[in-house]
Design a protein around this ligand. Structure first.
Ligand code: SF4
Ligand code: SF4
Length: 196
């Protein structure tokens, strides 16, 4: 249905088609068409340095109809779902949700980047499956030791600042109380994904 509607506009404006498809897949509160390219999202994003494109740039590329480049970008894969961009966006664009949409579209089209991004995502999911929440130090250690060893020194100031402010702990977090329920939810989600 989404694709059928999109096809009707394809010849006239591929950018509009792509934008409408992303909005339709994200849901009625998406508001991506309200983006004014202010750059607040990219300026707020803790992962921006590791992204191929800032969220603002990615949204401009969607409007320009750059489907292949968008779906091959590592940007959605580097998003850690902190929601900082979403709460700061002056236009109430559901930026984090758009990142999930783009990841789903990339997976469906086997278009995810040949980069470290899916590996980062898997490491994050392993943490959630183990603790029920993210373990930032473990995630960073796993990913940066494996892929970005030379970048580790430049991460040190941010890491120390996060440790000092209590935003990050050195030891693994305690498992959440509802771990059994969470595992059931994750198993159900995997079953639905396999069936789709
Ligand atoms: S903060 Fe919102 S309006 Fe500004 S560029 Fe990002 S998505 Fe667009
Ligand atoms: S939710 Fe994702 S895109 Fe937004 S600021 Fe956080 S990491 Fe960046």
């Amino acid at each position: 249905m989404v694709l059928a509607e999109a096809t009707n506009h394809a010849i006239a404006d591929p950018g509009r088609v792509f934008l409408e498809e992303v909005i339709a897949r994200t849901g009625p509160s998406c508001r991506l068409d309200m983006c004014i390219q202010c750059g607040t999202c990219g300026g707020s994003c803790p992962s921006a340095d590791d992204m191929d494109h800032t969220p603002r740039t990615l949204f401009a590329m969607i409007r320009a109809g750059m489907r292949e480049q968008v779906l091959h970008s590592n940007t959605p894969w580097m998003c850690v779902s902190c929601y900082l961009c979403t709460v700061r966006c002056p236009q109430d664009v559901r930026i984090t949700d758009v990142m999930y949409t783009l990841k789903n579209m990339a997976v469906a089209g086997h278009a995810y980047p040949d980069s470290t991004a899916p590996d980062f995502s898997k490491a994050f999911i392993r943490n959630v499956e183990t603790f029920g929440r993210s373990f930032e130090v473990g995630l960073t250690a796993q990913h940066y030791l494996r892929h970005y060893l030379t970048r580790l020194p430049s991460m040190a100031p941010m890491g120390i600042s996060m440790l000092r402010s209590g935003r990050m702990g050195l030891t693994p977090p305690r498992r959440i109380r509802g771990m059994r329920d969470l595992k059931r939810i994750l198993a159900r989600a995997k079953a639905l994904e396999a069936a789709s």
